[in-house]
Design a protein around this ligand. Structure first.
Ligand code: NAI
Length: 506
């Protein structure tokens, strides 16, 4: 096999280094592994060999291929033995001083054209390269855990990185069977930056008392199709990992409001409620099994009131036909009769504001989230305002559950759960395009492969309607007065033409 880097050194033989060594050997390179702890180096080489044996047992490798791979991988005891490497990838401890000292040492050993790659996930590639004689040969090469299974690799250009160094790493990634994406050096690169909105916005919703953890998880799984809700995800990642990342990116962006972390995770981290690995996070775990929180039952309702739909409701025609299919009595007059439940479907506005502005009786007003086509979701979400009567809330809940679809009822807020979280994700992604951190195409690839989202953020924006997303953000900015919801200029410009790749700007 013709590999672009015939001899590769991997430094730091932990979880990441071992996975990278495995992939490099599979790409055809001779791989030399070094760690300051010789026992770690040996353990790493043995674990990769055992992994190949497992692949052979499953029939994914034949005996000759397994043997060939094993001959490509060996442990070395000193850095000096890496002198012939065409590429070194460091996956040592995440400390700037350690990584700088290591590369400075390697400059004395390797040829000036050998490439230095760093697997850092949070340090600046530019800062790691600063002070070297040849900073142009340093690039970020960010794998995800576990490297053999996580198919996306971020190639990161520092300020001085030569273009051909990135091109070679992109090619090497393809030879490994993975998908490269190209990022400019910036906090969180692509995946960890684009992933900021999901957890932080969900935490804000909890902190405002609008819905509990389990309800938010259910809504985002069932309405948007996320595999895990944000709180299930934080429990899996563990707060000792995810909270520091939230803080780090927020501070690295000089306290940009969009990335503001939450006191909820800071406190839970301090209290040791880290998630699945400690048996208790947002959920409890018994023998590693999540203890699901039961849902509120559908209320029994004797007599249903008639329903009247605000003329300003989002997807009004769809909402009316949904009501009809559920067997509701529908009022069609210019205003609601005194008995009617008034249904509003705002984008970004809270139910109270809508009731006041549209001169509706707040006691009979209930909101429904119509951002997403009802047929495309597995759950409907209703919101009350503080004045909504219990009989009106229960009637709406019972009616919308009539066909067996799940229903959640949340408290009043600017924007429903899905609107807030989805708009935040799309806005952050748009701002990444605005800043030129990566191409829209690579952003979509990195998010779907690296975060497992059902759609890339830009495709999500197009699916739900860029103008709808903009309306959510504009109105939330009005309700909250928080720059967090200020739409990115890129999103505003693209509002009219669409966000995804097929649309080019004039
Ligand atoms: P780890 O703690 O499992 O392994 C690090 C290894 O580096 C240890 O075996 C240690 O003995 C060795 N080491 C420390 N200083 C060294 C030096 N100066 N020279 C040679 N070896 C040295 O760490 P892990 O999780 O494999 O992470 C390594 C790097 O990869 C870090 O920079 C981390 O930020 C990054 N990373 C980690 C991810 C993860 O999910 N664990 C994901 C993406 C990047």
């Amino acid at each position: 096999m013709n590999t672009i880097f015939p001899v590769v050194g991997v430094i730091g033989a932990g979880a990441m280094g071992s996975g990278i060594a495995q992939l490099a050997a599979q790409a055809g390179s001779t791989v030399l592994v070094f760690d300051t702890r010789p026992e770690a180096t040996q353990a790493s080489v043995s674990s990769v060999a055992a992994q190949w044996d497992r692949l052979q047992a499953k029939g994914r490798l034949d005996a000759t291929a397994t043997q060939t791979l094993k001959t490509r991988l060996s442990a070395v005891d000193t850095l000096a033995e890496l002198g012939a490497c065409d590429l070194v990838v460091e996956a040592v401890v995440e400390r700037l001083d350690v990584k700088r000292a290591l590369f400075s040492e390697l400059e004395k050993i390797l040829r000036p054209d050998a490439v230095f790659a760093t697997n850092t996930s949070s340090l600046s590639v530019t800062a790691i390269a600063a002070g070297l004689q040849h900073p142009g040969r340093v690039a970020g090469f960010h794998f995800f855990n576990p490297p053999p299974l996580m198919k996306v690799v971020e190639v990161i250009a520092g300020l001085r990185t030569q273009v051909q160094v990135c091109q070679k790493l992109m090619e090497f990634t393809r030879q490994m069977g993975h998908t490269p994406v190209m990022a400019q050096d910036s906090p969180g690169f692509i995946v960890n930056h684009a992933g900021r909105g999901y957890g932080t916005e969900a935490l804000r919703i909890v902190s405002e008392g609008i819905a509990d953890f389990a309800t938010i998880d259910r809504i985002l799984r069932d309405q948007v199709g996320f595999k895990l809700g944000p709180f299930e995800l934080m429990d899996l990642t563990a707060l000792d990992v995810s909270h520091p990342v939230m803080e780090s990116i927020y501070h690295q962006y000089f306290e940009e409001a969009r990335y503001r972390p939450s006191v909820i995770t800071a406190q839970r981290l301090a209290g040791g409620m880290l998630g699945r690995k400690t048996g208790e996070g947002f959920y409890r775990y018994i023998d590693g099994v999540i203890q699901k929180v039961p849902e509120a039952p559908v209320p029994e309702v004797g007599e249903m009131p008639p329903f009247w739909v605000s003329p300003r409701a989002a997807r009004r025609a769809e909402l009316l036909s949904l009501l009809k299919s559920l067997g509701a009595k529908i009022e069609t007059g210019p205003s609601a009769s005194p008995l009617a439940l008034t249904l509003v479907a705002p984008l970004g506005f809270d139910i109270t504001t809508v009731a006041v502005v549209e001169r509706l009786d707040p006691a009979r007003t209930v909101g429904i989230d119509m951002l997403i086509d009802d047929a495309a979701t597995k759950r409907r979400v209703l919101a009350t305002n503080p004045a909504t009567r219990t009989d009106m809330r229960d009637a709406a809940h019972a009616l919308f559950a009539r066909d067996g679809k799940a229903v959640s009822v949340i408290r009043d807020s600017g924007g429903f759960v899905t609107q807030r979280v989805v708009a935040t994700i799309i806005n952050i992604a748009s701002d990444m395009c605005q800043q030129g951190i990566c191409s829209p195409r690579d952003l979509e690839l990195a998010v779907t492969l690296g975060l497992g989202y059902p759609l890339g953020p830009l495709a999500m924006g197009d699916r739900y309607g860029p103008t709808n997303v903009l309306e959510v953000l504009f109105n939330m900015q009005t309700v909250y007065g928080d720059p967090r919801y200020r739409p990115s200029p890129w999103l505003r410009r693209r509002g009219a033409i669409g966000l995804s790749l097929t649309h080019e700007e004039n």
